[in-house]
Design a protein. Sequence first.
Length: 460
Amino acid sequence: MDVPEVLIVGAGPTGLTLGIDLARRGVDALVVERAAELFPGSRGKGIQPRTQEVFDDLGVLDAVRAAGGTYPDRLIWKDGERVGVKPMFEKVEADEGTPYTEPLMVAQWRTQEVLYARLLELGGRVAFGVEVTGLEQDADGVSVHRADGPALRAGHVVAADGGRSAVRRALGVGMAGEMLDPASYLVADVTLTGLDRDHWHTFPAAGGTGVALCPLAGTDAFQLQGRFAAGVPPLSLAGVRELVAAYTHLDTGNVTALRWVSDFRPRTGLADRFRAGRVLLAGDAAHVHSPAGGQGLNTSVQDAYNLGWKLGAVLRAGAPDSLLDTYEEERRANAAAMLGLSTGVHRGEVRRGRATVQLDLAYPESSLSEERRAAPAGVRAGDRAPDGTVDGVRLFDAFRGPHWTLLGAPAPVPGVRSLPAAPASYGPGVFLVRPDGYVGWAGDTAADGLDAYLARVGCH
């Protein structure tokens, strides 16, 4: 293998998203994956609206939508009888600035297939069967050791290799957290008969135990989730059949196949650092969530989206290396907030709805957020840049791509697209929108420090 500028360890949603973003920036990146193929299960199946906006920018939203569907209502069963139907989410109203408000259900394996295809389309590379065991870094790059074969060399390394990250451990970066639940959990993909595909079927039992069977949109399978006080059954077709027969009105024969199964205990974890020299941590390698509320995969995609443009700016646009420090500054604080949110959902303290769709994610305290207006109103520096229309141009269409976008003034340098104004919803002023869709700088006029800001982030 040649020497890539960036070596991404892990071909999950985090690593694939980052690979796509770097590929469209012309950065030579190699994704390596310990397994022989992409992850085969449905573990992270919720695609939140903010992630849909990211996927829109990366050119995969249509394919992701085609691979899944919407969430059904929850149907509660007791003693073989239907006893109630409840919506899974509080409704969030769409408007011009927020066109996507409803979570999508897409099995994780299908999401990864879409991302993998897009990465290859852009000329990206994935090497399967490469297990990373350690690394050493120096002033010029990182040497990455693997279980079989010679060491790999790269300018930067991104650990996207999951909660048990070998890269994080090799760095000696700690991860603080807590066990959320003494009970054992199981998740599996099964095919079965005897249940309709119009509902998320839940079968509660004593002491908060029970199982749920959710039809996986875009597939013919169901995702089985279970919580058990005394350990999980054998991780086999026979064990899952006995489980379904014990907790539902179905018989063992209704479960016709087991495609994937895993057990776990919900816990939280937050890495002490997201950057150690030339190595950066992203996704589950940096933060581990309860699956409740669908925050883990989405927070991981946001990590990659935040890091991609910054690596591109340092490696391609001459931005200072210190720009990479803002990745930890922004994303570690966000991950901590998302951990609190997912824990609240797990404990029944937070409803799924506006709080969980990630549309309010912002970086107002970031050192990259410069608010220069004398009397700011509406959208502020650090906020997500809403959609809208200017002179017949949809903003999300204008934002799409690896560039910056200036609203309200002519572009002063190449690499910045401009529109003559911002929508009225933004309030008065001039707004510079980052490549990841957040307002980096806002001023009353472009003379309020715009040139200095652009130089700081590599736009000369």
